[in-house]
Design a protein around this ligand. Sequence first.
Ligand code: URA
Ligand code: CA
Length: 437
Amino acid sequence: MNPYQLILKKRNGGVLSKDEIREFVLGFAQGTGVEDYQMAAWLMAVWYQGMNVEELSALTQAMIDSGDQLDLSCLPGVKVDKHSTGGVGDTTTLILAPLAAAAGATVAKMSGRGLGHTGGTLDKLESVPGLRTGLTGDEFIAQVKKIGCAVISQTGNLVPADGKMYALRDVTATVDSIPLIASSVMSKKLACGADCILLDVKYGRGAFMDTLDNARELARRMVDLGNHMGRRVRAVISDMDQPLGTMIGNALEVREAIEILRNERPGSALETVSVELAAHLLEMAKICPNLEKSRERVRELLVSGAGLKKLAEMFAAQGGDARVCDDVSYLPQAPKTVEVKAPRSGYVTSIHAQKIGLASTALGAGRVKKSDPIDPAVGIIMERRVGDAIEAGQPLAILHTQDKPEAIEEATRLILESIVIGDEKTAPRKLIEEVVE
Ligand code: URA
Ligand code: CA
């Protein structure tokens, strides 16, 4: 293989063979014959020329083969997994994982950390006092065998090619390529070994994909890729123009998940989407015969408290203080609350999710760079959603914060900037726009 020739071929719009892609990707991942600058140039060629389905499968398989794969075959039941392309107030994992497990699905899940304006499930989980996400492979399997679910950080050397390629994409303006995102996400999901994979592709101003068309194409390509590789894969396209949950921040999002599993927020957007995603998982796993029956089953488990009980079991199994499920005051609490007041009366017509995420990061709930520490206690509670009425002076949001005037000022500015109040009541967008399978 001559890297120069493969870069040239892709640059000129040619189609690469499976073997060519494999040698190129493994040559880069293993440091044998493909240099960083050659991979960077090739990524840019892919950004311009795209990839056909065979090329995309070859790329994804080569990325998977650059490292270890998780073998879940020792676990009973149908193994289900869910992946969100990331958002703000997106706490669905903490709600649907225990609900799906309570219904009999096997949830052996690896999650990620937050970066920039988006939160990460691991950071949220670690706000529960004592809770560990760094389980060994053996601990992980033992816990799933015992209680049916675990949510942990990555174990083993999974898809090292992705880490190295992403680092180059990040500094060469090649992150926002649909085939590169699809292969990055799906290589990691496929390496985790689940039978059924549900993708929650977000679109809107808090998401990777800002338009519905782009979200649809990303969803289509990931579903085709997964099916091509022999897994049951489905995608929902859901709204991330305004934050999904009302609470943003780590312990606050755990609190909202607990309140939902206590059935204290019926009909809320986060509950609705979480129940819908859990229902899709049960249908995909053939635990229920159709989506309608799956929804009923999930609702029963939520109302009966079986989902909450499973969440408490999972917290305890991972060393966390499960009393938080009965009394959220055991979660870390910020010392101070500050209201962000509406500057005028009217209807909330839009809320810019990304700016709300950045406001939460400004308070210390998120990271600007990967190595930044986070504060589990701080964040934002949104008091209004799109379509709600408000009077001047009423709170739009409540900051949960340390006594840091500059952070409070910055977060307040971002929130006021992100919320538009108008005279007319506008209809909010659909929570789930469509399903791709
Ligand atoms: N998330 C990923 O894991 N990879 C991408 O390329 C983009 C988002
Ligand atoms: Ca994520």
